[in-house]
Design a protein around this ligand. Structure first.
Ligand code: IPM
Ligand code: MG
Length: 358
């Protein structure tokens, strides 16, 4: 097949990990006779440097015309000043909104080879296999926000706002996904306090009635945070608000040993999807060939599966990652005694070679 993939390397370690993702996608193209065309555009801090904007109209239009979008990371300490008028992160939020990718799938799978890379006890995490479906274009990230003076003092506010259809469509994605897995959905909210969460719970419970074959429960976010590290293997599909999902997936990445292992794919009602590792730009590791490219490479696998319908090819990448770990290769974030320490490029080469060998 022919496909056009827009790449947005972004900031920090973004360009390094995206290069390895492309390397592996090229290996897939050669091995399975596909033609992938890559077109690079700017986003984040590098886009601000070049144009003054974190996401230009040109980048957004290019993304809309692609079959899929493959992103590295955004964020640069240079723009961390709370008073900075433009921030790299705004580019990513505008892109998610512009592509209307409302459901962000963040699978957390433990590779048995990394059982000891996690700080959590092996017996607790050994059967972990869950997916967080994070709502991505609404909630606290997109509600009304601002600053104002109240009684002579400075104040600021953000709003958690949802419409019922916004909740319904993302909850449906979770149920459809659960049907292909272990058939269990946990909807996470804070309905004991927040009105938007009470609506979330109402809608989720209603949607659940359409899926009698799927087990359903609602859980408060604080309890979910605790259970994720205490009984993580009981979860199958978790569906939750944008910010809750942001926080819970960083926590969940620790089950898999490192943020450097967790891919993500954001999908909407129409093409294209947006694929990116869950980790950030990690400026202190940038340009040093030390970042773990596996999260990005696994995001490339999700791109093949969800945007191009190439399931076998996606699986080939996942098996290649597994095989390379099996042989003892590790980047510094998942290093352990007796392992063979490799850099970003070498890890990419090893995985691409496995894919090429089939
Ligand atoms: C993520 C990141 C982003 C988010 C940042 C970079 C804006 O943390 O994808 O989880 O908060 O969504
Ligand atoms: Mg995050």
């Amino acid at each position: 097949m022919k496909a056009k993939i827009v790449t947005l390397p972004g900031d920090g370690i973004g360009p390094e990990v995206v290069a390895e993702g492309i390397k592996v996608l090229q290996a897939v193209a050669e091995r399975y006779g596909h033609q992938f065309e890559f077109e690079e555009h700017l986003i984040g801090g590098v886009a601000i440097d070049a144009t003054g904007q974190a996401l230009t109209e040109e980048t957004l239009q290019a993304c809309k015309q692609a079959d899929a979008v493959f992103l590295g990371a955004v964020g640069d300490p240079k723009y961390d000043d709370p008073r900075a008028p433009v921030r790299p992160e705004q580019g990513l939020l505008a892109l998610r909104a512009g592509l209307e990718v409302f459901a962000n799938l963040r699978p957390v799978k433990l590779y048995p080879q990394l059982l000891h890379a996690s700080t959590i006890k092996p017996e607790v995490i050994k059967d972990v296999d869950l997916v967080v479906v994070r709502e991505l274009t609404g909630g606290l990230y997109f509600g009304e926000r601002g600053r104002k003076m109240v009684d002579g003092v400075e104040a600021a506010y953000d709003t958690m706002f949802y419409t019922a259809p916004e909740i319904e469509r993302v909850v449906r994605v979770a149920f459809e996904l659960a049907r292909k897995r272990r058939k269990k959905v946990t909807s996470v909210d804070k309905a004991n306090v927040l009105e938007s969460s009470r609506l979330w719970r109402e809608v989720a419970t209603q949607v659940a009635q359409d899926y009698p074959d799927v087990e359903f429960e609602s859980m408060y976010v604080d309890i979910a945070a605790m259970r994720l590290v205490r009984y993580p293997s009981v979860f199958d599909v978790i569906v939750t608000e944008n910010m809750f999902g942001d926080i819970l997936t960083d926590e969940a990445s620790m089950l898999a040993g490192s943020m450097g292992m967790l891919p993500s794919g954001a999908i909407g009602a129409h093409k294209p999807g947006l694929y990116e590792p869950i980790h950030g730009s990690a400026p202190k590791y940038a340009g040093k060939n030390v970042a773990n490219p596996i999260a990005t490479i696994l995001s490339a696998a999700m791109l093949l599966r969800y945007s191009l319908g190439l399931d076998q090819e996606a699986q080939a990448i996942e098996e290649a990652v597994q095989a390379v770990l099996e042989e003892g290769y590790r980047t510094q974030d998942i290093r352990e005694e007796g392992a063979i320490l490799v850099g970003t490029r070498e890890m990419g080469d090893l995985i691409a070679a496995k894919v090429a060998a089939g």
